[in-house]
Design a protein around this ligand. Structure first.
Ligand SMILES: [Zn+2]
Length: 396
């Protein structure tokens, strides 16, 4: 049962001010999860009155959240009209900042991307502000009558409560105010979050049904660095100031092949990220810093190239060590691994699972460890999910 904390209860009441709003949220989420669905089916499944469901459906239709899609089979009498989420109408501007490139997309309520702009991420904040503002403003102006919100995913710490982007280690940006700049220029609401939290949300939103139904899981994103997003009881656990989930910096052993983004050489990220793989491979071939990229490296490992295979196995062991620590601490149902490394899943899963199994106490089941099915750009979906999860959680 959900605990009600008396301190701050006012906020909770204000956020969910009437039974009608809660019912509206339930109906909207039924349409999202079960479409195509009729008013009668929603009434049956929710035990809400038919007339209540119809009134809510009218509201949601007027607000542009849902639409009718023809008729279903009749069970006697008039054929029911089926409902689904409204698609093809812009609802979200997603801004995905990664160390390499920044992508700005326009998406509808179903998360389908309608337009996309990409440019290389620059350490020059002035340039970043200019580019992002220009593109977001362009999308906003072209869709002036749409009910748009902006979601921003960053490779750093963001405080969702205050909208502050506290710190982005890769570029050493502190207190980046792009969210406020966007709102000032366009009037649109902006929501910001750490990329790993955003991707965890995307797993909950767009992942396979098995993940969408999981209440407790941890998403481990292995890229330039390592980020983790923690889902507890179907919600992102963000911690005080949005700083939870920084497991990329947990100690897993000394003398890593590269420095972590925090400068240390004993963090998980320094042992198990893409940059650790590339550096290991470079040193093993006597090239020092290698010029190979992760996809080419995985290709070599897949072809059985000896050094690549050795480096992949060594990295899989470090990935497994970190994951076994997460399992010991959280006992999640599932660990989802995201990033290019999952293209080599068949080559690394055995090692990772073996380490995870070793860490589990005998009487407990180990967590399931699965590769992400979100494809090549999970952080773009993450930026979209930030907005969708808010729209669907507060349909009032
Ligand atoms: Zn670190």
């Amino acid at each position: 049962m959900k605990k009600i904390y008396l301190h701050g209860a006012k906020d909770q009441i204000a956020r969910h001010n009437t039974i009608r709003d809660i019912n509206k949220q339930i109906v909207l989420n039924y349409v999202r999860a079960r479409s195509p669905i009729s008013r009668a089916e929603i009434a049956r499944e929710t035990s809400l009155q038919r007339s209540t469901v119809s009134a809510i459906v009218d509201d949601l239709t007027l607000e542009g959240m849902i639409e009718e899609i023809g008729t279903g089979d009749s069970t006697g009498g008039r054929k029911p009209t089926l409902l689904k989420l409204r698609s093809g109408t812009p609802a979200v501007i997603g801004v995905d900042v990664t160390p390499r490139e920044t992508t700005i997309v326009l998406a509808d309520l179903t998360g389908s991307i309608m337009q996309s702009e990409v440019f290389p991420t620059s350490p020059d904040l002035g340039f970043m502000n200019e580019q992002i503002l220009a593109k977001v403003t362009q999308f906003a102006d072209q869709n002036a009558d749409a009910n748009l919100e902006v979601g921003i995913s960053i490779p750093g710490i963001a405080d969702q409560e205050t909208g502050r982007m506290v710190y982005i280690p890769y570029f050493q940006w502190a207190d980046w105010d792009i969210g406020q700049r966007i709102t000032a220029a366009t009037g649109l609401p902006v929501i910001v979050d750490n990329d790993a939290n955003a991707v965890a949300l995307a797993e909950l939103w767009f992942g396979p049904e098995e993940i969408r139904r999981t209440r407790n899981f941890i998403m481990v994103m292995i890229a330039e660095g390592i980020g983790t997003g923690i889902i507890v009881d179907g919600q992102v656990y963000r911690g005080e100031g949005g700083a939870a989930g920084e497991f990329g910096h947990m100690f897993v052993g000394e003398n890593a092949p590269v420095s972590c983004s925090c400068g240390r050489r004993d963090c998980w990220e320094a042992h198990a990220s893409e940059k650790a793989i590339i550096q290991r491979y470079g040193s093993s071939n006597g090239h020092g810093a290698a010029t190979i990229d992760i996809d080419r490296f995985i290709g070599l490992a897949r072809n059985g190239e000896r050094q690549a295979t050795r480096v992949l196995n060594e990295t899989a062991r470090y990935i497994g060590i970190g994951i076994s620590n997460l399992i010991i601490g959280f006992s999640p149902q599932t660990i989802v691994i995201s990033g290019s490394i999952v293209k080599a899943w068949d080559l690394i899963s055995e090692e990772i699972n073996e380490l995870a199994r070793r860490s589990i106490r005998h009487e407990l089941d180990s967590a399931k460890i699965v590769p992400s099915a979100l494809g090549d750009n999970p952080t773009i979906l993450g930026s979209i999910s930030l907005v969708l999860s808010r729209k669907f959680a507060s349909a009032n």
